[in-house]
Every structure is written in structure tokens, then in C-alpha cells.
Design a protein around this ligand. Structure first.
Ligand SMILES: Nc1nc2c(ncn2[C@@H]2O[C@H](COP(=O)(O)OP(=O)(O)O[C@H]3O[C@H](CO)[C@@H](O)[C@H](O)[C@@H]3O)[C@@H](O)[C@H]2O)c(=O)[nH]1
Length: 320
């Protein structure tokens, strides 16, 4: 069996690569702007530089390897960046998704046996304004009311995957991924906090900068997320949509407290206005009942374990 992971050098892609490598599956991956260690991934997968905005680059890879399963993870994946670069976000995420499906359709034209499962990384950001305290844990049927260009791009990816199943019978599965973190993640609250805690541990500062710590998030470990995506590719119903959310919701302030318990540092809390956002979902928490019922997914990592591993990662990777 061959799997294709687009965006293999991102945080989720790199962990998925590890998972398949350990189970002896042939992995092909595309990368564009790696955020993880490309040298390590090179030893485990056939790597191709590819900008998913260009159809031919994807077509050449899919027609060469004919992967049995495709995990389309490549994206501009930061909501804050999407306010600064909305065009790039929409082009990468929306056209990138169209290009994956069009390339598969084209390969199927000369090889009618080719029929891969295509798991598309969608997002909790699609729910946006629907995420009210009364509506959580939110179900897949809720209205999609995104609050940033990133969320809009994910709604489009989601509906494209639905449409290619309906119109062309392509075996798409839509995974609405909620907050996910772990070693190699950069720029989310958990990762920023672990990185800053290590800076304080090293005596570089005594101030702990934070943004809004009143919001709430259900947080999943990336290694649990990878298992959910793999289970969906095997057991998910084609054309369907599934939430992948942590079962427990944490106030961001609690994340800070857990880190403090792990690393035992003293600091002054400093609210940095540059870290506050124009809009910020007060709570993001999903109902994963459908995923659990249909695939048997179980979360194995506690948040404390995840944060402990992230602190180790930042201790090993901060270049001071
Ligand atoms: N990143 C960050 N967030 C902070 C900080 N301080 C407070 N926060 C607050 O912590 C909450 C969680 O922020 P993130 O962890 O960045 O998650 P997110 O905005 O909910 O976005 C997540 O999901 C996206 C997909 O929907 C991902 O694309 C993104 O990387 C992240 O995982 C938000 O309310 C944010 O304002 C900080 O220093 N850094």
C-alpha cells in the first residue's frame, strides 16, 4: 500500500509520516514550506517539493505513485496569518483541494481501477459564530459561520470534498479537526507557552507574555489525531463529515497552570496586546460521537503528557 501525505513537513504530516513508517507503509509526501525537520522525514518517505496551487505538480505525483490513500493536509493553516494574507490562504487551501481531486479524476480516466480514499483536513474554524456556550460540544450539523478567511477556506475545502463525492463518486472523507497540538507545533497557545516557559527556565526573561487566556479549547494530541485520520481512511463513510475533538475542554489559563506544574518556574504574567485578536472564539469544543461510534477512536494522551513532551521538544530545539 502507498499513502500520499500532502504537507508532510507540517506538524501533523510529520507525525503521520512517523506512524506509517513504523507500520512499514510506503509513504510519499509533498512539502512546500517545511515547519519540521525535513532531513528526518527524507529518511522515511519519498519527498517531493510541490506547491499545491499548481495542478501539474500534484498530477505528476499522483499519476506516478497512484497512492491508495491520500491525506490532504497541505494548507495555510494559521487563522491570524489569514487576515494578513487572505488571497494566499484561499488560493492554497481552495485551489489546492480542487487540484488534488482533479488530479485523481484525471488518473482515473486512463486507469478505471484507480479509486483512492481521500481524507481532507477540514477544521473546527468552519463553525465560527456557531460555537456558543449553548451549542457545545458542537455537532457536525451545526451552521458553518467562519470568522476569518482561514475558516472560509476550510468551509470551501469541506464542501468541495462533499461535491466531488456527490458528482464524481470520489471516495472523500471530511475530517473537521479541532485544536490539536504536540511536539513540533509552533505558534498555537500550548506551543507558545511551552516555548516561553523554557525561556524563563533558562533565565532569559521573567515575564510570561500571554494574550487572551479566558477562552476555552478542547485540545487533542497530534498523535491521537493521526490515529483518528488513519481510522477514518479505513472505516469512515465516503462523502461523510466527522468532528475530531478532544473530550475535555480547558480554559487557556489552565494550560498555563499545567505547564507551571510541570516545569516549576516563577514568572510575572504580562498581557501583551499584540497577542489579542480582532475576533476570538470564546469556546471551541466538538462532539466526536460519530467518529467514536464508527471507528472506535480513543484518545490516549492526557494534556499533561502532551505538554510534557512539548516542553522536552522546546528544550531540545531552542537555539539560544
Ligand atoms: N497562539 C497563541 N494563542 C494565545 C496566546 N495567548 C492566549 N492565546 C489564546 O489562546 C486561544 C487558543 O489559540 P490557539 O492555540 O492559537 O488556537 P486557535 O486560534 O483556536 O487555532 C487553532 O486551531 C486552528 C484551526 O482551527 C489552527 O490552525 C491553529 O494552528 C490552532 O491550532 C485563543 O483564544 C488565543 O487568543 C498566545 O500567546 N499564543
Amino acid at each position: 500500500m502507498t499513502v500520499l501525505i500532502t504537507g508532510i513537513c507540517g506538524m501533523v504530516g510529520s507525525h503521520m509520516c512517523d506512524y506509517f513508517y513504523e507500520t512499514n507503509v510506503h509513504v510519499v509526501g509533498t512539502y512546500y514550506k517545511p515547519t519540521t525537520n525535513i532531513k528526518e522525514i527524507k529518511n522515511k518517505a519519498d519527498l517531493h517539493e510541490c506547491d499545491v496551487r499548481y495542478y501539474l505538480q500534484l498530477y505528476n505525483i499522483i499519476s506516478k505513485y497512484k497512492p491508495n490513500r491520500i491525506f490532504h493536509l497541505a494548507a495555510q493553516s494559521y487563522p491570524t496569518v489569514s487576515w494578513e494574507r487572505p488571497q494566499e490562504t484561499i488560493e492554497t487551501n481552495v485551489n489546492g483541494t480542487i487540484n488534488v481531486f482533479e488530479a485523481v479524476k484525471q488518473v482515473k480516466k486512463y486507469d478505471s481501477n484507480y479509486d483512492p480514499v481521500i481524507v481532507v483536513a477540514c477544521s473546527s474554524a468552519e463553525y465560527g459564530n456557531s460555537l456558543t456556550p449553548e451549542n457545545v460540544p458542537i455537532k457536525e450539523e451545526a451552521a458553518l459561520m467562519p470568522l476569518h478567511p482561514y475558516g472560509v477556506s476550510k468551509v470551501a475545502q469541506d464542501l468541495l470534498a462533499y461535491q466531488y463525492y456527490q458528482s464524481d463518486g470520489l471516495k472523500s472523507i471530511r475530517a473537521r479537526i479541532f485544536n490539536t497540538t504536540g511536539p513540533r507545533k509552533t505558534n498555537d497557545a500550548s506551543s507558545d507557552f511551552c516555548q516561553r516557559a523554557v525561556e524563563i527556565e533558562r533565565g532569559l526573561t521573567t515575564n510570561f507574555r500571554v494574550g487572551n487566556i479566558e477562552t476555552k479549547r478542547a485540545i487533542t494530541d497530534v498523535r491521537d489525531l493521526v490515529k483518528a485520520l488513519v481510522l477514518l481512511s479505513k472505516k469512515g463513510k465516503h462523502g461523510e463529515v466527522y468532528n475530531i475533538s478532544g473530550a475535555k475542554v480547558y480554559q487557556i489559563r489552565e494550560v498555563l497552570q499545567i505547564i507551571k506544574d510541570i516545569i516549576d518556574i516563577d514568572f510575572q504574567l504580562e498581557v501583551d496586546s499584540r497577542l489579542l485578536r480582532p475576533t476570538d472564539e470564546p469556546i471551541i469544543f466538538g462532539d466526536s460521537t460519530k467518529l467514536i461510534k464508527e471507528t472506535g477512536w480513543k484518545q490516549e494522551y492526557t494534556l499533561k503528557q502532551t505538554l510534557t513532551d512539548m516542553i522536552t521538544y522546546w528544550r531540545d530545539n531552542n537555539d539560544y
